[in-house]
Design a protein around this ligand. Structure first.
Ligand code: PLP
Length: 457
């Protein structure tokens, strides 16, 4: 076996990590994660860490699920791979497509009877762009090309994914966004509301930024609006209750497609199989990935609603798009077993009715901490915003990097909590118990206290 130092040296010599400053990493050495169980991971020094981020928002069923490994093994022995391009298919992919079609609730009679598979959220969003534009071509409106997204959204790292995303740091590299992708402001109440404006009034105003943008571009040129039900990587931005109904009214009025990017929010994270059900809107396309397999193996895809699927199938001929691993038998078999676990243990239901409300109660208490300007939860995502002045909502100077300071104290205490600027966020495995929520809360409180001490010293 290689020692930690040897692994770190090889890592820094050869492994280019995503979203990483390599000079900084080489100086410190990467933390080597060796194994995991339940909601914990261990590093090569033997340190036990409570993973309140579910890996990267994906290990919804928790670590250590032997049955997922057994299913993967059995499927690899039987049929490790076959393509789905040339009028061939395989049983796990067929079963998974049918299962997802059954799980995805119909809203007002609009159903999702078809699934397009990929291996990631990014590939799925590229699929969405191509599919939405193909749909409008087939509808005789090829000028409808523009996709509207939101600032601070994260939709992946491919050229289309990073363009759909609203992260300026990503746009600054690689000449993005690509043409015909544009952005509106996100519904971030804490930062963008006018003094005295209610959540409801702000939600309506924020949704109407979409209408303004559609009118600015010309409705006849707009293909689709894409959004995360709750913005995840942008800092767990939970929209006011009035937001989504108003968005639905606007997309209906102009006939544009609605794409719900549920790479984080689906599969129980917000207490439902799919998040559009929670907010009651009617997407035409739904992106999924991550938790469909609880991250045990890569898989993603798009749920394709009847409106788009019928046109693609009836008028479309060949859709010239697909991935080698679309409908990968091993990934699909693992997904089916993962969905069995979620169903058997009623993970969406326990988030909705039991541990989710408990997490909200616990987070509410952080509001009394001197550093915390606001605390929000939605199902099993939550965020704390750290501010310099609670009364005026004044943020800390950016170069103080207070979020990173707090994140380091979390790590020090054995907790993974993510910092997005000065928003501290979590998305724990859905199996987390009330006792484990209490255990996490103690670690968060300790990190907040240490951050405050460091700021005062
Ligand atoms: N969409 C959303 C909402 C995401 O959060 C992510 C990843 O975090 C993606 C898309 C990209 O998924 P992937 O990293 O699997 O390509």
């Amino acid at each position: 076996a290689l020692s930690t130092a040897e692994l770190q040296a090889l890592d820094s010599a050869h492994f280019l990590h995503p979203f990483t400053d390599h000079k900084g990493l080489a100086a410190k050495g990467a933390r080597v994660i060796t194994h995991a169980d339940d909601i914990y991971v261990w590093d090569s020094e033997g340190k036990k860490i409570l993973d309140a981020m579910s890996g990267l928002w994906c290990v919804n069923a928790g670590y250590g699920r032997k049955e997922l490994a057994d299913v993967a093994h059995a499927q690899m022995m039987k049929l490790p791979f076959y393509n789905s391009f040339f009028q061939t298919t395989n049983e796990p992919a067929v079963r998974l497509a049918a299962r997802l079609a059954e799980l995805a609730p119909a809203v007002d009679g609009r159903r999702f009877q078809h699934v397009f598979f990929s291996s990631s959220g990014s590939e799925s969003n590229d699929t969405n762009v191509r599919m939405a534009r193909r749909y409008w071509d087939l509808m005789g409106q090829p000028q409808r090309k523009v996709i509207i997204s939101r600032h601070n959204a994260y939709h992946g790292s491919t050229m289309a994914g990073a363009s759909l995303g609203g992260m300026s740091a990503m746009h600054a590299q690689g000449d993005l966004p690509i043409p015909n992708i544009t952005h509106i402001q996100q519904p971030y109440y804490y930062e963008l509301a006018e003094p005295g404006e209610s959540q409801d009034a702000f939600g309506l105003r924020a949704a109407r930024w979409l209408e303004d943008k559609i009118l600015e571009i010309g409705p006849e040129k707009v293909a689709a609006f894409i959004a995360e039900p709750v913005q995840g990587a942008g800092g767990v931005i939970i929209p006011p209750a009035t937001y989504w109904p108003e968005i639905q009214r606007i997309v209906d009025k102009y006939g544009i497609l609605l794409i719900s990017d549920e790479v984080i929010c689906a599969f129980g994270r917000l207490g439902h199989w799919f998040a559009y059900e929670k907010f009651g809107y009617k997407p035409d396309l739904v992106t999924f990935a991550k938790a469909v397999t609880s991250g045990y193996i890569p898989l993603g895809g798009v749920l394709v609603g009847d409106r788009v699927a019928q046109v693609l199938i009836d008028k479309g001929g060949e859709f010239n798009h697909g991935y080698t691993y679309s409908g990968h038998p091993v990934a699909c078999a693992v997904a089916l077993a993962n969905l069995d676990i979620m169903e058997r243990e009623n993970l969406p239901g326990r988030v909705r009715d039991d541990v989710g409300p408990y997490l909200a109660e616990v987070f509410e208490q952080f509001k009394s901490h001197p550093l915390v300007g606001d605390a929000e939860t939605c199902g099993f995502v939550a965020g704390l915003v750290l501010v310099q002045d609670k009364a005026t909502r004044k943020a800390f100077p950016e170069d103080w990097a207070v979020g990173m300071m707090c994140r380091a104290h979390c790590f020090g205490n054995g907790l993974v909590m993510r910092a997005v600027g000065d928003r501290m966020i979590i998305a724990p495995p859905l199996t987390m118990t009330r006792a484990q929520i209490d255990e996490m809360a103690v670690l968060i409180k300790k990190a907040l206290d240490l951050t405050l001490q460091e700021l005062q010293s």
